[in-house]
Design a protein around this ligand. Structure first.
Ligand code: HEM
Length: 467
């Protein structure tokens, strides 16, 4: 959730200012969860045979008791109790470890949930960390003496908790939210859409810049493919690939990146465009060179600043593996092809889109290790799929993620590949897609599907266009 210590503290202490934990009976009295319950339970689960199964008899976590004397009110009761009492380890009726205050004053007793009497407040071991851990304690000592600061910290952390996976503020449908920009919202200054003639002039300038088509395509992919559909972070908008930490990620080839960005910076300023748009136009320029087609590009991206980039939380977006670029930092316990699926899922790609992108990238000579490059890399065509399905070779493993193909009649080694490449021949569903793209009469379909999937990736974070 990318919460720092203060936010974590405020959330736990503020959250447990309300409500109670439930464990007033043996865990064995609770039935199976909804999916494990008999079909006739019709969606009900966890049916309890303990007393009424609700109210004072409720069993959920097995921990029992409220945290404060007024569990339906926002007050300072949680921290006051936690810090002013000694606590001793005991057990709930369900047998869970909980902490009770020593010598509790009557006024600090809490109401029973049905109003039938008074109960002792409790703390979980996690709550005790807010007292015993020195770093948390320093935060708590500040809050306990400054209720307003505690309330403010809770409100801000709560807002972050509920909104941090919604992307930019423009995605918030209702108007009732703070005007302030928070760094966790990954703010990006508004951009300005370019005219068609400006966009073509920039593409021409990039084509004439001396960059290779691989440099253009790799840079655009590196910029856009940091997007995660799971929390709508990353993506090409903002051009954060110019900034730390993204500009230092090994997967992005930092030396090449800095050379390309030097050229793009100059083009952006001479054409009055954002670097973010120039990066995407560069990808399109490379694909145009390789395909002979015109690639339409959306523009209007802005350039973020380093000051508005949360380096620590962006570090978690680093691609440790990217099958599309045949990149893997190391040999992981999870197979390269499964890691590619994970990335494809974050990029919200269909199996066909994933397939056409990998085949097209390899056709254009893109592979971090050089594996899976079976052409001179100058042409975006369906040749990669044709070669993949070539039955005149047999493949053998040469390492954890490397394979070589030998000509069946001569025994000569004719090409190499990674697991990412070969999964498109081995997995039945992916092979079916590879066969469609390899067909002689599907060359045009391959190119147009590639360009559509490519543009989808470039625009994943264009919530303004995609809404
Ligand atoms: C270290 C982190 C946390 C731990 C280990 C933890 C643990 C628990 C447990 C075991 C329960 C009892 C559930 C039950 O028996 O019904 C509970 C309840 C509750 N928690 Fe947390 N919690 C944590 C953080 C938070 C946060 C961040 C919030 C909100 C900002 C929160 C709000 C609540 C509330 C309101 C209840 C009471 C629910 C009710 O009355 O039914 N907790 N928590």
């Amino acid at each position: 959730m990318a919460m720092n210590d203060e936010e974590t503290f405020a959330l736990v202490a503020g959250g447990h200012t309300f409500g109670k934990a439930h464990g007033n009976g043996p865990a064995s009295a609770v039935g199976a969860e909804p999916e494990g319950a008999p079909i006739e339970a019709q969606g009900f689960g966890w049916e309890s045979s303990h007393g009424t199964g609700k109210g004072v008899d409720t069993i959920t976590s097995g921990i029992e008791g409220p945290w404060t004397a007024n569990p339906t009110k926002w007050d300072m009761g949680y921290l006051e109790l936690l810090y002013n009492y000694e606590w001793e380890l005991t057990k709930s009726p369900a047998g869970a470890h909980i902490w009770h205050p020593v010598d509790l004053a009557e006024e600090h007793m809490a109401p029973e949930v049905d109003g039938s009497g008074k109960v002792t407040p409790m703390m979980t071991t996690a709550d005790m960390a807010l007292k015993m851990d020195p770093a948390y304690r320093a935060i708590g000592d500040k809050f306990v003496n400054d209720p307003e600061a505690f309330g403010e910290a809770f409100a801000k952390a709560w807002f972050k908790l509920l909104h941090r996976d919604m992307g930019p503020k423009t995605n918030y449908a209702a108007g009732d939210y703070p005007e302030a920009d928070y760094i966790w919202q990954d703010p990006i200054p508004a951009g300005k859409a370019l005219s068609d003639s400006q966009a073509s002039a920039i593409k021409s300038a990039i084509k004439d810049s001396g960059l290779s088509l691989q440099e253009m395509v790799e840079t655009a992919w590196a910029s856009a493919s940091s997007f995660r559909g799971s929390d709508k972070r990353g993506g090409a908008n903002g051009a954060r690939i110019r900034l730390a930490p993204m500009n230092g990620w090994a997967v992005n080839k930092p030396d090449q990146l800095s050379k390309v960005l030097g050229i793009y910076d100059a083009i952006a300023s001479s054409h009055n465009a954002s670097v973010a748009d120039v990066i995407v136009l560069g990808g399109a320029a490379g694909i145009e060179m390789a395909s002979g087609q015109t690639v339409a590009v959306s523009t209007g991206r802005g350039d973020a600043t380093q000051e508005h980039t949360d380096v620590e939380s962006f570090a978690h977006l680093e691609a440790r593996a990217d099958g599309f670029r045949n990149y893997s930092e190391t040999v992981f316990a999870v197979s390269p092809e499964e890691m590619m699926l994970d990335k494809a899922q974050l990029l919200q790609l269909t199996p066909a889109e994933m397939t056409v992108l990998v085949g097209g990238m390899r056709a254009m000579g893109i592979s971090a290790t050089g594996a899976g490059i079976w052409s001179d890399g100058t042409k975006l065509d369906n040749s990669w799929f044709k070669t993949l399905l070539d039955m005149s070779v047999s493949w053998t493993a040469t390492g954890a993620n490397s394979y070589e193909a030998k000509d069946r009649s001569t025994g000569e080694v004719v090409r190499n590949a990674s697991r990412i490449d070969l999964v498109f021949g081995s997995n039945s569903e992916l092979r079916a897609l590879a066969e469609v793209y390899a067909q002689d009469d599907n060359g045009d379909k391959f190119v147009s599907d590639f360009i559509a999937a490519w543009n989808k990736v470039m625009d994943l974070d264009r919530f303004d266009l995609n809404s």
